[in-house]
Design a protein around this ligand. Structure first.
Ligand code: C2E
Ligand code: CA
Length: 242
């Protein structure tokens, strides 16, 4: 079904704003949706794990990149400044030299946004040297590479030392404890402290409440993403004015 869905061009990008602390939209995360023939949308929870274990994830990612490029071109009157655009990549994709070549080639002439990548860690890295070399190649293009869902994956922070990543996305699980569980907030504090020591960007995701925003502002993290600002939306519904 995934392969057929891909052939029928049914995978589409939704976008969630990523804001700086002064409430300005600085970037977006691209989140895939499966648009079925009856017009209904399937969330990644229903298919992404299976897709990630198959070759088809590469086709889905490249399709998304091309659709994002088309959206930025088509709606160029909607925005007046360049923002970054973050795509999700799996550990396997980062280790796949020909896929990274294709990704770089596809994005080569992109002028409308700054490409950025979030590495999800649902699967193990098998070849750290290759992953590191490919991350470096993306960074050499001027693209940022961040660790997604930090603290929940297999390697956690050990990858930072090795991979020279540009940033970390703190998982919703750690944001949910703000104002709820003082002991668990200590874990969040240490993630923030470690990222600051390493001098890398910190993005908080799954931010829903004013209390969470206040806490994150107080700790001077770099970016906030979550329903507090906006759910993922089609490109035409993004608001670049703030
Ligand atoms: P993720 O990368 O951790 O993305 C954040 C997820 O949290 C998104 O779910 C987003 O809609 C949701 N979210 C954001 N803010 C809030 C909030 O304030 N509250 C709540 N309750 N949820 C929030 P979504 O879109 O269903 O995506 C789920 C996962 O699917 C993503 O998690 C990502 O790991 C994966 N995914 C999405 N698109 C792609 C893709 O193109 N490639 C790959 N490999 N994975 C993807
Ligand atoms: Ca992500």
């Amino acid at each position: 079904m995934l392969v057929v869905g891909c052939k029928k061009n049914e995978f589409i990008p939704y976008y969630q704003p990523i804001m700086s602390l002064d409430d300005k939209l600085q970037g977006v995360e691209v989140l895939v949706r499966w648009k079925l023939s009856d017009g209904s949308l399937l969330l990644p929870a229903y298919f992404i794990e299976v897709a990630e274990q198959m070759e088809v994830i590469n086709e889905i990612t490249i399709t998304l990149v091309k659709k994002v490029q088309a959206d930025f071109r088509r709606y160029s009157s909607n925005y007046n400044r360049k923002v970054f655009c973050a795509f999700n990549l799996t550990a396997q994709q980062i280790e796949n030299k020909s896929f990274i070549n294709l990704l770089i080639l596809t994005l080569k002439k992109e002028k409308n946004f700054v490409p950025s990548f979030e590495i999800t860690e649902r699967q193990h890295f098998n070849n750290l040297a290759l992953a590191k070399a490919n991350i470096r190649r993306l960074q050499e293009q001027g693209y940022q590479v961040k660790l997604d869902d930090a603290g929940t994956g297999y390697g956690g922070f050990s990858y930072f030392m090795d991979f020279n990543l540009d940033g970390v996305k703190i998982d919703k699980m750690f944001i949910d404890v703000i104002g709820v569980d003082d002991v668990k907030v200590e874990v969040l504090n240490s993630i923030i402290m470690m990222a600051k020591r390493l001098g890398i960007d910190i993005v908080a995701e799954g931010v829903e409440t004013q209390q969470q925003v206040d806490f994150l502002r107080k700790h001077n993290i770099d970016y906030i993403q979550g329903y507090y600002y906006s759910k993922p939306v089609p490109f035409k519904d993004l608001n670049f004015d703030n």
